[in-house]
Design a protein around this ligand. Structure first.
Ligand code: UT7
Length: 339
């Protein structure tokens, strides 16, 4: 029996129209453009409008990816939505997305591992493809963080933004797709990024009115140290397991949390910063959406060719990490053309 691979047949992203700059934030909290740029590299982020939700943003990105792939929602065998900011606790936002897309009866589930969610979801999608179980899988990374951020807390509100990115993974007999990956979790550091209230440990009805338990809290320094420790080490392990070196990698797409973390990874891996995809100055940290948005932008602009070999490096809440080496497609032809 011949092997089955997964190619990225389509991609898309959606970012809300409303731009919130560092200068806007200067009017809201005790901060400065200079501090935010120096400490994080972020200059502006997108904020969802009233009426937009996580599912509507996900559907926008998902539709673009399907269109690019030349597929209709009925062609989908599975929908995976990576997010930590769903519309509701129940039903799962993946079912809302399935319904809004019109993918009648299509299985759908959520991956909720924070910023690593899309790379976790992508690895799961490739397993279903490689085993011959499914042919077309839509993997969406989406976050509407602006509704879970305390806009009075300068240590978090300047960092996050809203966005959605998506890719359709399609079965093919030609070699490409996932060439190695590593997923990891260290829950002992879970408190470093936490949204404490609203779950079974601290149910919403028992929270005092106006409690800040409903907002994201982060120990930035701890996460920073974790990220700089983890990204390079995990990449090294995945490369080694896959029989590759960094010379085999065309582009690194890191999770877009902080420019200084990416600079540290560049130094540690001895790879020039020019080979890292960086867009955080425009969107801030959009958690599970950062990598699919960056991938979609770069495939659309042609900066990344479908046959390039990519290292995806993510880390975040959990604390978790997820690293993957992928070649998006076996041919540089138009995404929809199997040649
Ligand atoms: O995607 C999830 C993963 N998350 C991350 O990867 C985040 C990782 N961490 C970071 O990116 C950085 O730690 C931050 C950008 C969050 C913070 O940078 P830092 O260099 O670690 O700053 P800090 O937290 O050590 O704070 C330094 C100072 C403090 O003042 P004092 O105590 O030195 O007087 C803060 O109160 O900066 C102050 N500060 C601010 N000042 C102006 C914190 N936030 C702000 C702000 N504007 N927005």
């Amino acid at each position: 029996m011949s092997s089955i691979y997964g190619r990225i047949a389509g991609w898309g992203h959606y970012t809300p129209e409303k731009v919130l700059t560092n200068f806007d934030l200067e009017q809201m909290v005790d901060t400065s453009n200079e501090w935010i740029v120096q400490r994080s590299g972020i200059r502006e982020r997108r904020i969802a409008q009233a009426g937009e939700t996580t599912s509507t943003m996900a559907v926008n990105a998902g539709r673009s990816a399907l269109e690019k792939a030349g597929l209709s929602p009925a062609d989908l065998d599975l929908i995976i939505v990576a997010t930590s900011t769903p519309d509701y606790h129940a039903p799962a936002v993946s079912s809302l997305v399935q319904d809004q897309l019109g993918a009648v009866g299509c299985p759908a589930f959520v991956v909720e591992t924070g910023c690593t969610g899309w790379v976790y979801g992508l690895s799961i999608a490739y397993q279903f493809i490689q085993t011959g179980t499914y042919e077309n899988i839509l993997v969406i990374g989406v976050e509407l963080l602006s509704r879970f951020v305390n806009w009075k807390d300068r240590s978090t509100c300047v960092l996050f933004g809203d966005a959605a990115g998506a890719a359709v993974i399609q079965a093919t007999e030609k070699p490409c797709g996932l060439e190695g990956f590593e997923l990891g979790s260290d829950g002992s550091q879970g408190e470093a990024i936490i949204l404490p209230a609203g779950g079974s440990a601290r149910p919403s009805p028992k929270e005092p009115p106006g409690s800040d338990g409903h907002y994201i809290r982060m120990n930035g320094r701890e996460v920073f140290k974790f990220a700089t420790r983890t990204v390079g080490a995990s990449a090294e392990r995945v490369l080694q397991k896959s029989g590759m070196t960094l010379n085999d990698i065309d582009w690194i797409i890191p999770h877009q949390a902080n420019l200084r973390i990416i600079q540290a990874a560049s130094k540690m891996m001895d790879v020039p910063l020019e080979r890292f995809i960086i867009n955080l100055e425009r969107y801030g940290n959009t958690s599970a959406a950062t990598i699919p948005v960056a991938l979609s932008e770069c495939l659309t602009s042609g900066q990344i060719q479908p046959t390039d070999r990519l290292l995806l490096a993510s880390f975040g809440a959990g604390l978790t990490w997820a690293t993957a080496i992928i070649q998006p497609n076996h041919s540089a032809d138009h995404a929809t053309t199997e040649s």
